[in-house]
Design a protein around this ligand. Structure first.
Ligand code: BES
Ligand code: MN
Ligand code: ZN
Length: 498
């Protein structure tokens, strides 16, 4: 994709399509006002006649407008005047893109970046623009046979700026948006692939492929005998029922000398049947998405290596299938984690924490600046926060705050959640150091507290992404979240935000 920034008027730039917007009560956005005067009031007329909607999320495509060089004008509804925020901006850009999806549009000039959007600099506007366009154009049809409809042949995206002074920030935003969009697309692909394709070995191969031809990135993959030697009894208890071999993936990106690394740990359960504590059948297919934490940290790695950010980041992915069988772990079994702590497995469906605890213990060797694990960990998190925000837990207020802010700026939202001894006490076991479930009440919190028992001495956070990693229903598919949040967090710590 090519990106450009321009100060030319919306009406005056030859492009396949220009994006402009109109607010309620016929208030025209900057681009729309220009098109309106170039065309003797075409936009106002069409609003008056009801042919253009000003409602946020709607878009009307006009073709061959008099006095306008672009072949198409996508007019987005922007809703209430002076109420446009980043979510609305992304919605509007998405609506324009959707309206063009079946056309042969090669170039887009997005003049919506001229609007004032609440707490959004030109940098973030360009970034959101690129991300929103890419999000709508993403398709997953590699598993479909037969003729596939050709995708929109988009090859360049331009952004309008009011003055040359905004150009550098806008260019940078587009580049970062491009890197994030690529990481998001990779995370979506990995999530959407079925579990008979996207196995632990497939994740390992993907991680290895990312490192080929990149001198700053190395990938190492441990197999089950390595894990046994390391004493990862908790992780191995989850794969005990599976035929598909487990893999432990370590990706190291070094581009900041001897600085301590940021460590990202992603839950890589390529399918979660629940094990002997078998899940009910309805929607069980969606448990192919139980590796979306892994997908998001691998996607984040792809984004930051593409931009060559000056930072050291290590990605750790424990990858397993959770299956019932004659060799599977049974409720009541007690396993020994790499940390030495013993765990009574009261429910084999609480498997994410069992693989993550050993990955967290393993990661201590990196002496992380900060360690963040990302996991589709609990159904309880979906009950608590729904599908809009992920849960942010941390053993350090500053880290929790930083991740919350990273979510806000990147529009990949999270919400701070509590932990503490009262919740941790719910994990008490009569037979081992702890149980792997905390009983009814606060399921997402007690899962975090479980992980907290393995992170002593580390600056640690945990993102429960169970509600945000994928969509169900007609729109079923992985979202690529929280790649944007993680990237934003790393960007600000690399001192690379404008
Ligand atoms: N992968 C699931 C969590 C999940 C469930 C995410 C539904 C999204 C939608 C996890 O491994 C799991 O099964 N958790 C159990 C824990 C329980 C047994 C304490 C859950 O949430 O039901
Ligand atoms: Mn489970
Ligand atoms: Zn799971």
């Amino acid at each position: 994709m090519k990106y450009f920034t321009t100060t030319s008027k919306a009406s005056n730039r030859a492009a396949d399509c220009v994006f402009v917007g109109v607010y309620n009560r016929s208030k025209l956005g900057h681009g729309a006002a220009d098109i309106d005067s170039a065309s003797n009031g075409a936009i106002r007329d069409l609003i008056k006649s009801g042919d253009i909607s000003t409602e946020l999320g709607r878009c009307t495509v006009l073709t061959n407008v008099d006095g306008v060089k672009a072949r198409r004008v996508a007019v987005a509804g922007l809703g209430k005047p002076s109420a446009l925020d980043a979510i609305g901006f992304r919605k509007a850009v998405g609506a324009c893109t959707k309206a063009l999806r079946d056309t042969k549009t090669k170039q887009i000039l997005n003049a919506l970046t001229l609007e004032s959007v609440k707490s959004c600099s030109p940098y973030y506007l360009a970034r959101h623009s690129v991300e929103a366009i890419s999000d709508v154009l993403y398709e997953f049809n590699q598993m479909k046979s037969g003729r596939k409809k050709p995708p929109m042949p988009l090859s360049s995206i331009g952004h309008s700026v009011a003055s040359r002074g905004d150009a550098a920030q806008t260019d940078r935003g587009a580049q970062h948006g491009d890197a994030i969009a690529n990481g998001v697309a990779l995370a979506k692909d990995l999530g959407n692939l079925p579990s008979n394709v996207c196995t632990p070995s497939y994740l390992a191969r993907t991680a290895k492929k990312l490192a080929t031809g990149n001198g700053k990135l190395t990938t190492q993959v441990l197999n089950e005998s390595d894990m046994k030697r390391l004493g990862m009894g908790s992780l191995l208890s989850v794969t005990a029922g599976a035929t598909e071999p487990a893999k432990f993936i370590i990706m190291k990106y070094k581009n900041a000398g001897s600085a301590k690394p940021y460590v990202l740990v992603g839950k890589g359960v390529t399918f979660d049947t629940g094990g002997i504590s078998l899940k009910p059948g309805a929607s069980m297919d969606e448990m192919k998405f139980d590796m979306c934490g892994a997908a998001s940290v691998i996607g984040t790695m792809a984004a930051l290596t593409r931009m060559q950010l000056p930072i050291n980041v290590t990605v750790v992915v424990p990858a397993v299938e959770n299956m019932p069988s004659g060799t599977a772990t049974k409720p009541g079994d007690i396993v020994k984690s790499m940390s030495g702590q013993t765990i009574e497995v009261l429910n084999t469906d609480a498997e994410g924490r069992l693989i993550l605890c050993d990955a967290l213990t393993y990661s201590k060797r990196f002496k992380p600046e900060a360690i963040i694990d990302v996991a589709t960990l609990t159904g309880a998190c979906v009950i608590a926060l729904g599908h809009h925000r992920c849960a942010i837990y941390a053993n350090n207020d500053k880290l929790q705050e930083q991740l919350f802010e990273a979510g806000n700026s990147s529009e990949d939202l999270g919400w701070p959640m509590p932990m503490g001894d009262q919740y941790a006490a719910q994990l008490k076991s009569n037979f081992a150091d702890m149980a792997n479930i905390g009983g009814p009440g606060g399921g997402s919190v007690t899962a975090a507290c479980f992980l907290g028992k393995f992170t002593d001495g580390m600056n640690w956070a945990h993102l429960d992404i169970a509600g945000v990693a994928w969509k169900s229903g007609a729109q079923k598919g992985a979202t690529g979240r929280p790649v944007a949040l993680l990237y934003e967090y790393l960007l600000s710590n690399a001192g690379a935000l404008p």
